[in-house]
Write a protein that binds this ligand. Structure first.
Ligand code: ATP
Length: 506
């Protein structure tokens, strides 16, 4: 062995021994001093010494802050009580906040969720292990969540324990403790706890499978909604897309605003443009963004205003009511009304009746004349005014967070009642495929940001009317981007030729 290294090693061992001896004697002195003080000093003097120490700490700003703790048990009122919804919400909220990279130890479990149609799905869920804590910040205040294991006798029935607040399949029961500085009690109770509940609800909504509901008789039939359209995949003018997204986000976050101004929390969009320009895709993108269910109302299957009312009140909150091709519905309703003059003057509820469906604007229609009783008894034919009145009236107060979308290929054919200001809040034109829309499609289909055919494509798209649906169809034809773009170029050239006056085609 190198003698130099042996000397250095020996010195290190000596230094370590000395440090150990010093630490041991310091600890022994401390223990001795504390027991001497306890025996020799009277209680009053000890109390005074403690008081002086804490006063000194307070002066120097070292005072320990007063803390408050809210205990969130899995069952209200202890064992066997009602399930505590806040416990569930807090667990869900924490699951979305816990970061496995930042924590030494975390629980992981599988949770079973059911969608509105009763279909089950599984997802993994992180949770705090007993004895562990995590800190969350809200409005600049630190909140500490701690998971505490409860004595087994306090946990309720075995079945209950396994279901709520317990380890899946086990019989251990936990509670959550939320602690914070006492001065922030109002923030905790008035704002943080509601925020946690809201965030947990939102997390639940994000996980929930979406449904599309179709009417039959007075009922809605639900099926899962898996339309993959999103605002990223929608090919349309970027500024218009941004405006719609902003409008939707503003709407969805405005519960208090709508309450304050005393208006129903609903918003109407009229989507118009040629077939195949993405109106239905836009509705799907809206639903996917907001996590709303879609209610696709087929008015041709609705026999009467009363059926319509049943259907509308049967819709859930946070949903989109869609009436496609509303111009055709208006036509059909107008024709019905022409054929049945006896019904005139008796449509709708609450006396907001126009009687004349073509003049469905409730604002402009003359007051209805008293109608014969017979006419009243069979006046239930569904009308545009019935639909609009109900959407504006009773229905809008029977639920919250509703979006109404009417689509049409022919805006100019619409009844003026539909276009009246305040009825459809936003009119969105879905047009032919322009250069920007094409770039989105090229990106979606082939992850292409650029291509040698792009300059030519840009020129052709400026001259030719082609729908995004037709472009999508050409891009779908091949997995090879070059081949697909060549096919599309041929289609555009052909369309350009067709659009030329006959003499100029060569
Ligand atoms: N703007 C678009 N962005 C992306 N894809 C689109 C767009 N427009 C159409 N498509 C494609 O074409 C298909 C048909 O489009 P969609 O049904 O949304 O059009 P539409 O305007 O609702 O037509 P219609 O008026 O006939 O109901 C979609 O499934 C999609 O693949």
């Amino acid at each position: 062995m190198d003698p130099k290294r042996a000397v250095v090693g020996g010195k290190a061992v000596d230094a370590y021994r000395k440090a150990l001896a010093t630490a041991a004697s310091a600890a022994a002195y401390a223990v001795m001093a504390r027991s001497m003080a306890r025996e020799l000093l009277p209680a009053e003097l000890r109390w005074a010494a403690r008081w002086a120490a804490s006063a000194a700490r307070a002066r120097l700003g070292w005072c320990e802050r007063e803390r408050r703790t809210l205990v969130v048990r899995s069952q209200e009122g202890g064992a066997g009580g009602e399930e505590n919804l806040l416990f569930d919400a807090a667990r869900k909220y924490l699951a979305s906040r816990l970061d496995p990279r930042a924590m030494r130890r975390l629980g992981l479990t599988l949770a079973r969720a059911k969608d509105d149609a009763g279909r089950a799905s599984w997802r993994s869920l992180l949770f705090l292990e007993p004895g562990d804590s995590t800190v969350d910040a809200f409005e600049g205040v630190e909140f500490t969540w701690t998971c505490v294991e409860m004595p087994s006798s306090a946990g309720g029935t075995k079945r209950h324990k396994a279901k709520k607040g317990g380890e899946p399949g086990g019989d251990r029961v936990f509670r959550l403790e939320l602690s914070f500085d006492a001065e922030h009690t109002a923030v905790a109770v008035d704002r943080y706890v509601p925020f946690v509940m809201e965030a947990a609800e939102e997390a639940g909504r994000r996980e929930r499978a979406l449904m599309i509901c179709m009417n039959e008789g007075r009922h809605w039939y639900k099926i899962s909604h898996h339309h993959p359209a999103t605002f990223d995949t929608l090919a349309m003018d970027p500024a218009l897309k941004r405006a719609i997204v902003d409008d939707l986000d503003l709407f969805a976050g405005r519960r208090d605003h709508y309450r304050r101004i005393g208006k129903a929390w609903k918003r109407g969009y009229l989507l118009y443009g040629p077939p195949g320009t993405g109106k239905s895709s836009l509705v799907a993108a809206m639903a996917n963004r907001l996590r709303y269910n879609i209610y696709d109302l087929d008015l041709s299957h609705v026999e009467s205003n009363s059926t319509l009312q049943w259907l509308l009140v049967g819709m859930s909150n946070r949903s989109i009511l869609v009436v496609e091709d509303i111009d055709c519905c208006c036509d059909a309703m107008s024709r019905d009304d022409d054929k049945a003059p006896a019904r005139a003057g008796n449509e709708g509820r609450g006396g907001r009746d126009t009687g004349n469906v073509t003049a469905a604007s409730d604002a402009d229609a003359p007051p209805p004349r008293a109608a014969p009783a017979k006419a009243n008894s069979d006046n239930n034919q569904v009308t545009l005014s019935g639909l609009l009145n109900f959407i504006d009236g009773l229905w809008s107060t029977s639920g919250e967070e509703r979006i109404i979308v009417f689509t049409t290929n022919y805006k100019d054919r619409l009844d003026p009642a539909l276009l009246r200001p305040g009825r459809m809040d936003m009119h969105v034109y879905m047009g032919y495929c322009g250069w920007e829309a094409f770039k989105t499609l090229a990106q979606n289909y082939f992850a292409l940001g650029d291509h040698k055919l792009f300059p030519e494509m840009q020129g052709l798209l400026a001259e030719v009317e082609v729908t995004p649906a037709a472009v999508s169809e050409m891009l779908l034809r091949s997995d090879d981007a070059d081949a697909a773009l060549r096919g599309l170029k041929e289609l555009l050239e052909e369309k350009k030729l067709q659009a030329m006056p006959e003499g100029k085609q060569s």
